[in-house]
Design a protein around this ligand. Structure first.
Ligand SMILES: Nc1ncnc2c1ncn2[C@@H]1O[C@H](COP(=O)(O)OP(=O)(O)OP(=O)(O)O)[C@@H](O)[C@H]1O
Ligand SMILES: [Mg+2]
Length: 407
């Protein structure tokens, strides 16, 4: 196994020159103030890893963890403050927006410029131009200076060019985040073809499912230091467990931050005074687990005797899709009348929701379900975690069983 990329105890320090504010008094009286000392910031500290030829390698971590900095060290846009970065092979890199192309030049000129930087002749590039333009889908904009491109157009052209020059190593930083759905698929298809062709791929993304699928190995950077390195699935699970733990620590309650009046309506004879999510142990919180038992509890207060109320819940995916809208009437629970305070529980034996964020509505209506006493529209938030769960695409588990038959 030969290493094509090697980070050997690499650290990168940035010097930050803060803006110095001059007060009016200073300006009027010419008061002298010493220059602010330069602050230093270590974006990477003692980072070591190697990437073998033909490997797909992911970098994950929070915003500001140092992922883009690591890529810039690989491509020699930056030099390490200490340590060594070694790289073998021809690299095509798709870094953050804005690096790579010359803003005043047209798309066409940039294609040729990029080719020449990669050691391809004008003839060789001309032969690839049609395919590049077709892939990027930008026939009409080729002669426009790229500074007028939208971020999507810019990324499309950059991706098309970088992957057309036949590099040994492809480095991409969040490229898939910019394009539309169709282009993302085209890019992924091309990246996968690179992978099959035995090229080395360095992939930075916050789309952890994609990293898991695409990358053999990954490194998790946390504020500039390596927290974990190894098989991508294991590194991602360790990262998610850490994210989940922090989320747990910061959310003990299902929050309904000062109920927005536009999201609440009803005549008020019965009022919903709280909604809770309880796990099997009766513990509260705003986090549930895929496949685990959970109870949704609606607390109410009836200001008078109200016959035959119907209590209901609605669960929306954060994307806005309504996933479920169960209620006591559909479930056949007869509540003859309510007065004073009480609670209505909905038990779910095995939560079929996958990891993600969800919005919850709670409501109480009259028996015809036409007149709301109190309706809280998507006021409550909760998250679902799925540590170690086998399913991960989409929003719900079908509880299905697969079988295979050869004929
Ligand atoms: N040229 C620079 N001068 C000063 N600080 C910088 C410079 N470039 C990056 N940094 C700092 O280094 C840290 C790491 O930045 P980097 O862009 O590598 O993070 P990242 O992991 O790519 O984050 P994101 O997920 O948001 O893209 C950040 O705190 C950033 O502010
Ligand atoms: Mg970045």
């Amino acid at each position: 196994m030969s290493a094509v990329i090697e980070f050997d105890n690499v650290s990168k320090r940035f010097l930050l020159q803060h803006e110095r504010h001059t007060t009016i008094r200073e300006r009027l009286f010419g008061v002298f103030r010493p220059r602010t000392p330069r602050d230093e910031f270590w974006a990477l500290r003692n980072v070591s890893f190697t990437v073998a030829r033909g490997e797909s390698f992911g970098l994950i971590g929070h915003n500001g963890a140092g992922k883009s900095t690591a890529l810039k060290l690989m491509t020699r846009i930056l030099e390490p403050t200490s340590g060594q970065v070694r790289l073998r092979g021809r690299v095509a890199a798709l870094l953050e927006l804005g690096s790579g192309f010359h803003p005043e030049l047209s798309g066409r000129d940039n294609v040729f410029l990029y080719g020449s930087l990669m050691g391809l002749s004008r003839r060789e590039m001309a032969a690839r131009l049609d395919a590049i333009v077709a892939f990027a889908g930008m026939e009409d904009f080729l002669d426009l200076p790229v500074k007028h491109y939208s971020s999507g157009m810019y990324t499309r052209l950059a991706f098309a060019v970088a992957t057309a020059v036949d590099p040994d190593i492809l480095i991409t930083d969040e490229v898939l985040a910019v394009g539309d759905e169709a282009f993302q698929r085209k890019c992924m298809d091309r990246i996968l073809r690179f992978r099959h062709a035995g090229k080395t791929i360095i992939f930075v993304s916050h789309a952890l499912d994609t990293v898991r699928t695409l990358c053999d190995r990954a490194v998790w950077l946390d504020r500039g230091v390596v927290r974990a390195i190894g098989a991508s699935g294991e590194v991602i699970d360790a990262y998610l467990a850490d994210v989940n733990q922090r989320e747990h620590a910061s959310s003990a309650q299902m929050d309904a931050p000062g109920i927005d009046p536009t999201r609440r309506f009803g005549s008020g004879e019965v009022e919903i005074i709280g909604v809770e999510l309880l796990d099997a142990q009766g513990g509260g919180g705003a986090i549930a687990r895929t496949g685990a038992p959970v109870t949704f509890r609606i607390r109410y207060r009836a200001h008078q005797t109200v016959p035959q109320p119907v209590f209901g819940l609605a669960i929306h995916h954060e994307s806005g899709t309504l996933l479920a809208g169960p209620n006591t009437l559909f479930a056949g629970l007869d509540i003859p009348a309510v007065r004073g305070e009480g609670r209505v529980d909905m038990h779910v034996a095995a939560l079929p929701l996958l990891a993600g964020r969800y919005l919850l509505s709670a409501a109480v209506y009259d028996k015809t379900m036409l007149f709301p006493y109190d309706h809280h529209d998507r006021i409550y938030h909760f998250a679902v975690h799925n540590e170690g769960g086998s399913e991960r695409f989409g929003a719900c588990v079908l509880g299905s069983r697969w079988s295979w038959h050869e004929e």
